[in-house]
Design a protein around this ligand. Structure first.
Ligand SMILES: Cc1cc2nc3c(=O)[nH]c(=O)nc-3n(C[C@H](O)[C@H](O)[C@H](O)COP(=O)(O)O)c2cc1C
Length: 180
């Protein structure tokens, strides 16, 4: 069986965002496992306008095509006002079928590990028929980022990132059979 394709989705798009540092770390942990094709998927690259605000046929087609290539997802989630960012919600709204019957894991960050944003995301994923796995890495803005800016994750998070990836791969493989 060929390797599964897992997208590591950066959930923030603002200038100065921390998500690329977190995404790169998750990818380096994942790549060391050598058990799937992992890639960073940066929402910012797709230049999605707010849904319905402008003709976005080209951007929506590119975004949906990228999601269609993927068998599973790892969402890099940051807490904005106790929820996910507007950019991530908009990107989730911009596709439907390419999300369905796939698995997802969450790596979140915020003052309390991005926990509230992660729980909101789980509710949205249910509506999109994405199976979110239980194990979740929750990073603290206070202890996992030096001066709130330079990502220095505590070693303990490796356990949860690997546990989350174990579950994402198992469920992504199982759900692929539904889409065949
Ligand atoms: C508009 C806004 C709202 C925020 N609200 C929260 C919040 O409710 N809880 C929290 O823990 N952090 C909150 N933060 C802090 C962010 O989690 C933090 O800035 C994080 O680095 C944002 O992710 P990013 O750097 O990838 O954009 C907020 C940040 C912004 C910009």
């Amino acid at each position: 069986m060929s390797n599964l394709n897992i997208g590591i989705i950066l959930g923030s798009t603002r200038q100065g965002r921390l998500s690329p540092q977190v995404g790169d770390w998750v990818k380096s942990v994942a790549d060391q496992r050598g058990d799937a094709n992992y890639e960073i998927v940066d929402i910012a690259d797709f230049k999605l306008p707010l849904l319905g605000e402008a003709d976005a046929t080209e951007q929506a087609t590119a975004w949906n095509a990228k999601l269609a290539e993927l068998d599973g997802f790892v969402f890099i989630v940051q807490e904005y006002n106790h929820s996910i960012s507007g950019a991530l919600k908009n990107a989730l709204d911009f596709a439907r079928d390419p999300w369905a019957n796939k698995a997802a894991g969450i790596v979140s960050y915020g003052s309390v590990g991005g926990a509230r944003a992660a729980e909101h995301l789980r509710g949205i994923l249910g509506e999109l028929s994405v199976a979110d796995v239980r194990v979740h890495a929750a990073l603290s803005l206070f202890t996992d980022f030096e001066n709130g800016a330079v990502f220095k994750p505590a070693d303990l998070h490796l356990v949860n990132v690997n546990g989350m990836l174990d579950q994402v791969l198992a469920w992504s493989g199982a759900l692929k059979t539904l889409r065949a």
